[in-house]
Every structure is written in structure tokens, then in C-alpha cells.
Design a binder for this molecule. Structure first.
Ligand SMILES: Cc1cc2nc3c(=O)[nH]c(=O)nc-3n(C[C@H](O)[C@H](O)[C@H](O)COP(=O)(O)OP(=O)(O)OC[C@H]3O[C@@H](n4cnc5c(N)ncnc54)[C@H](O)[C@@H]3O)c2cc1C
Length: 388
């Protein structure tokens, strides 16, 4: 075990910090107010080499490790959660699925395009009636010749209508349960496929959350990334990496809130003394730091043990629950440190608190992660379905 970052990693962090302060921090509040991040900024993230960091060089990547990417994401998310999430989505999730389980043709066709930001990618699992019970999903796929016909509706898809590609989870030939589920890559412009309405949200407003609608949509069979049968386990294993990435985003949000509140409290005077001279404030800072540290090292463990962005299920669930719940507490405490100013939109704390709030749902709820953690402790599956 080694708890020290290498000199290369330290340089990566320093350069991400410089980038974030110059290219992200000055605009984050405006993007939140506009409820949109301009594509030119997304391109800057790609041009800085932050998309596809974890991909091998032959697929347009930089061959960096999962931990390297996590360090960058944490730095960027300190200034802007959406920018952090964009980097996650273009290193883990659908990207990790194609890298590990796609065909060679798909890797060559899709991954370099995504790494240079020419086409963006999202992941489509959730449906209006199916969230946590993912193995009950109903989006229906059937193969006709060299085409997959797709019917159904997805909901809560991050980047819906904004991103060119979506990796869609679907049920093939009405086969029930996990073994009927496979994943295919859908591209904007395919006949029968269109984005549905946007979902207005509390936070992370710079990205469009929305629905996707498939009405006899025609997808080339060559876009089948993970066939049904035994594919669901592979899809979930790739998604564990996404959870570690999401944990790094929420850690970044919380650390950003802490840093801001610390600077404020160390400057603000009441009763003729700095706020940081009061012991009650000092204890609060100590508690927040301990929570941040605990989450950080759980995330780094999951990242350090990941291979080609595939993380361990137990480790990714543990770090996601701890970091998501920590961030709600820490951003809230940071707001309190600013007093009334924390509640004002003149300061970023209210945005950070709103942004942090999503991570106990997005990427799988904390309750569902706890079921997985309990299953690991007990050494047996814990099926949630009602007995037939
Ligand atoms: C901002 C945001 C972005 C998202 N992005 C994406 C995306 O890009 N792609 C995508 O596919 N999905 C995405 N999601 C969807 C997300 O994965 C789901 O919200 C999540 O899986 C929970 O499903 P649900 O919201 O339908 O809640 P439900 O499954 O309806 O659950 C409601 C509540 O009941 C709890 N619950 C459910 N079952 C159990 C149980 N057995 N035991 C105990 N508690 C239980 C849940 O934990 C939750 O608290 C996103 C969600 C949000 C909010």
C-alpha cells in the first residue's frame, strides 16, 4: 500500500487545478443560471485531454489509470459539477463498456471520436416505470436481418438530446429477467429515435436530463455492444467504474464548498475576532475535513484497484454511498459557515448544495448500494423481487 501520489499524478492534479481555475470556475454560476454548458466548453475539456484519459492510446486515449482520471475529476468538480460529470461520462460508463466488452470495430469507430469530443455519449438504463428494479426494464429489442428494432422510453438520461450517442439497455425478444438484457449504441438521427421532454431539476442544471423515445427505431446490428444472455453482469461491472467517477465528482463538490467556506470564515470577523478563532467553528472544520478524508480514501481505494475502469462492486458501492451522503452534510455545513451569505446566489454554496444532492439517486440509489454491500457482507444474493 502506498498513500502517496506519484510525481506524475501530482503534476496531473496541478495542471487540472490551473485549468479549472481559468476555464471552469469563472463560468460555473452562469452555466447553472443558463441551465446549459456551451458545447465550446465541452470541447475545451476534450481538447485538454480529459475525455478518454483512461483509453489506450490506440483508441485516442492517454493510457492513464482510473485513479489518474479520478484525481482530475475531483479537481474539476471543485469548480463545476457538470464539467466533472462530463469527464466521468467520457471515461467510464458507456466508454468503459465499449472498451471492455464492445467489438474491435466498435472500439475503433466510436472511442477516438468520443475522446476528441466530436461525439458525446450517455448511458440509457432507467425508464419511466423502472428505476432501481433495472432487471425489469421493458424497452423492447428484436433483430430483423442486420437491424435491431427498438421500442420503448428511457427517462433520466443525462445529456438526452444533447449527446450524439447513447448506450441503451434493452430487453431482447421479451426474454424475462437479467438474461434478456443487452446493450446497443444508438445514434442521433436514426429513424424512429428522438429525445423526449427535459426534466427540470434541483441541481446539476448545466446538463439536460431527459427522456429518449424509440418507436420502431432502426439500429444497425453492428451497434450491438453487449448481447443478451450473460451480458447483464458485464454491463453492471462496467457501471461500477461510473460509480467511482460519480463519487469523485461529489467529493470535488464537497471539497470545493469546504475550501470556499474556510477562506470565508478565516476572513470574516464577528465579536472582534475571526470566525475561525471560535472553537465551535474550529470543530466544525475538523469534522468536515475528517468526513472528506474518509470519503476520499475510499474512492482512491476503489480507483486504485480498478482494471481498465472496471471497479469492484463492493468498493464502488461503499465509496459512492459514503461520498454522496458526506457531500450533502459538508456542503450544508459549508453554507452554514457563511451565515446568510451562504444562502445568497452571490456565493456558490447554494449551487454546490443543490448539485451535491443528486448523488444519492443518480448512479443507483444509496439504498440499492446498501443492498449490494449487505449482500457482500452476508456472502449471498439478496433478491428484492416479490416471491412468485
Ligand atoms: C440527476 C440524475 C441523473 C441520472 N442520470 C441517469 C442516466 O444518465 N442514465 C440512467 O439510465 N439513469 C439515470 N438516472 C436514474 C437513476 O439511476 C435512478 O434515479 C435510480 O436508479 C433510482 O431509480 P428511481 O429514481 O426510479 O427510484 P425508484 O427505483 O422508484 O426508488 C424510489 C426510492 O425507493 C428506494 N428503493 C427502491 N427499491 C428499494 C428496495 N428494494 N429497498 C429499499 N429501498 C428501495 C430507492 O432507493 C429510492 O429511494 C439519473 C437520476 C438522476 C436523479
Amino acid at each position: 500500500m502506498n498513500f502517496t501520489l506519484s510525481s506524475t499524478q501530482q503534476e496531473l492534479v496541478a495542471s487540472a487545478r490551473t485549468f479549472a481555475l481559468a476555464e471552469v470556475a469563472p463560468f460555473a454560476a452562469q452555466w447553472d443560471a443558463d441551465e446549459a454548458v456551451p458545447r465550446s466548453h465541452v470541447q475545451k475539456l476534450a481538447d485538454a485531454g480529459y475525455f478518454g484519459m483512461t483509453l489506450p492510446i490506440e483508441y485516442g486515449g492517454r493510457g492513464l489509470t482510473t485513479l489518474d482520471a479520478i484525481l482530475v475529476i475531483e479537481e474539476i468538480a471543485k469548480q463545476c459539477a457538470i464539467s466533472g460529470r462530463l469527464i466521468v461520462d467520457h471515461n467510464f460508463g458507456a466508454v468503459g463498456t465499449i472498451l471492455n466488452f464492445g467489438t474491435e470495430e466498435q472500439r475503433q469507430r466510436v472511442l477516438p471520436t468520443v475522446a476528441r469530443g466530436a461525439k458525446l455519449i450517455s448511458i440509457g438504463m432507467t425508464e419511466p416505470e423502472i428505476g432501481s428494479a433495472l432487471t425489469d426494464l421493458t424497452t423492447a429489442a428484436r433483430v430483423e436481418g442486420d437491424t435491431i428494432i427498438l421500442n420503448g422510453r428511457k427517462r433520466w438520461i443525462t445529456g438526452a438530446g444533447e449527446r450524439e450517442y447513447t448506450l441503451v439497455y434493452a430487453r431482447f425478444d421479451a426474454v424475462p429477467g437479467a438474461k434478456g438484457i443487452g446493450a446497443l449504441l444508438v445514434e442521433q438521427g436514426y429513424p424512429g429515435y428522438r429525445p423526449g421532454p427535459r426534466i427540470p431539476t434541483l441541481g446539476v442544471r448545466g446538463v439536460r436530463e431527459g427522456e429518449l423515445i424509440f418507436e420502431d427505431a432502426r439500429i444497425p446490428l453492428a451497434n450491438l455492444v453487449v448481447p443478451p444472455g450473460s451480458g447483464f453482469g458485464r454491463l453492471m461491472s462496467a457501471y461500477n467504474g461510473q460509480r467511482v467517477g460519480a463519487s469523485a465528482v461529489v467529493l470535488g463538490i464537497a471539497q470545493g464548498a469546504f475550501d470556499y467556506a474556510l477562506a470565508y470564515a478565516d476572513n470574516r470577523e464577528q465579536f472582534g475576532r475571526k470566525l475561525t478563532d471560535f472553537q465551535a467553528i474550529q470543530f466544525k472544520l475538523a469534522d468536515m475535513t475528517m468526513e472528506l478524508e474518509a470519503a476520499r480514501w475510499l474512492i482512491y481505494r476503489a480507483a486504485a484497484n480498478a482494471k481498465k475502469t472496471i471497479a469492484d462492486r463492493y468498493e464502488s458501492s461503499v465509496c459512492k454511498v459514503v461520498s454522496a451522503e458526506m457531500a450533502i452534510h459538508v456542503t450544508n455545513a459549508a453554507m452554514q459557515l457563511l451565515g446568510g451569505n451562504g444562502y445568497s446566489r452571490e456565493h456558490p454554496l447554494e449551487r454546490m448544495l443543490r448539485d451535491a444532492r443528486m448523488f444519492t439517486f443518480g448512479g443507483g440509489s444509496s439504498e440499492i448500494q446498501r443492498i449490494g454491500i449487505a449482500s457482500h457482507i452476508l456472502g449471498r444474493p439478496l433478491p428484492q423481487h416479490r416471491e412468485p
